[in-house]
Design a protein around this ligand. Structure first.
Ligand code: ATP
Ligand code: LTN
Length: 330
């Protein structure tokens, strides 16, 4: 039996944090064996806000190198760049013409991102139609994302439904968002009331997958804790210490209770040091591979293959949809 399709993309908006690793990238390793997996770099989404062109090119490549370094196998996964497939933008236009101003205006991300700016782009507003095109072009059934993207996947589902009923056939598969169960949410090291995020302004707040040993140690050493001095897991009253315990747990596979027991009688300094050790031990081999891939031709080979493969599928789908809505000659 053929595998079901799963599709996702991570924006090349900055280096990935260990939060992204735990909550996003690591999951992909499991998916690549279970599903027909499409993994792409949504670079066209990135330019909805201003980007420095040279830096964007660099980040696209770095993101693909990270994927390969953690063990994404391009023999199993279709790995490609959104802008190298013109059908995404073409289908996006047709979908824009099948979505409503009202529903787009209700997207939380747009409301959030446009709130503090006088000048935001039209692309920022129509972004969910492009995201719907990314998904619907490939008949993807499952779309793993962070909770903040759930609404966009639901919109894609609604657009698919509307399109199918308007034209009287299942032209598009209705996608389902796959949101991780309340798993480990890694917190900001300087303000543990927030989640650790790649687009932080405070360099001490996030540990990046590519940080060297010295900076990982420094960041954990200066992580905000509390003045109680006792190691226990209490996310509400001791968010900083609980975050460190969570990190130790996810990086070693030990249960939280076991971690708490292990550190009974230790000080915060020991805990920070040990967390730094397990993070460094996990990241070191990934970083070595990352450096290797950045210099190798394997990135281009994987992306060329992904581009050829996905262009064929996307073209077929796009031609059907173009014809169905009455564009061009039939
Ligand atoms: P940005 O700062 O650009 O908004 P982000 O670091 O908050 O990015 P996203 O791009 O929103 O991350 O999410 C990418 C993936 O990483 C998602 O699957 C999300 O669930 C996961 N993720 C992000 N931050 C964390 C975190 N702190 N802990 C666990 N998982 C996370
Ligand atoms: N909007 C997503 C990135 C993204 C995506 C997609 C994810 C663009 N197109 C299609 C899943 C499926 C984000 O900002 N994380």
């Amino acid at each position: 039996m053929s595998k079901e399709r799963l599709l996702t993309g991570l924006q090349p908006s900055g280096a990935l944090t260990i939060g992204n690793y735990i909550g996003g990238v690591k999951r992909l390793l499991k998916y690549q064996d279970e599903y027909d997996t499409f993994l792409f770099v949504p670079d066209m989404h990135a330019i909805t806000v201003t980007q420095e062109p040279a830096l964007l090119h660099k980040r696209i490549k770095e993101l693909v190198a990270i994927y390969l370094a953690v063990g994404i196998d391009p023999k199993k996964v279709h790995l490609y760049i959104q802008s190298e497939n013109l059908y995404h933008a073409n289908l996006s236009w047709i979908l824009e013409c099948h979505s409503y101003f009202g529903e787009m205006s209700r997207m939380h991300q747009f409301k959030e991102k446009s709130k503090n700016h006088e000048n935001f782009t039209c692309g920022l507003f129509t972004y969910p139609a492009l995201m719907a095109a990314d998904i619907l072009l490939y008949d993807a059934k499952y779309v793993p994302t962070g909770a903040d993207q759930k609404q966009h996947v639901e919109l894609a589902r609604n657009i698919a439904d509307r399109f199918n009923s308007r034209y009287g056939k299942e032209y598009f598969v209705k996608p389902e968002p796959v949101i991780p169960e309340v798993g480990a949410r890694i917190r900001d090291l300087q303000d543990p009331s927030k989640k650790m995020s790649k687009s932080t302004d405070n360099p001490k707040a996030s540990v990046f997958m590519t940080d060297d040993e010295k900076s990982i140690r420094k960041k954990f050493a200066s992580a905000v804790t509390d003045s109680d001095g006792k190691i226990s897991f209490d996310e509400e009253n001791k968010p900083g210490v609980s975050n460190l315990l969570t990190l130790y747990s996810v990086f070693t596979g030990l249960k939280i209770d076991e971690v708490v027991a292990k550190f009974q009688g230790s000080g915060y300094g020991d805990l920070k040091n040990e967390v730094a050790n397990v993070v460094i031990d996990t990241m070191k081999p990934i970083q070595d591979k990352y450096k290797y891939y950045l210099e190798s031709t394997e990135i281009d080979e994987a992306l060329d293959e992904g581009r050829e493969f996905t262009n064929k599928i996307a073209k077929e789908k796009y031609e059907i949809i173009r014809n169905v809505v009455g564009l061009g000659r039939n």
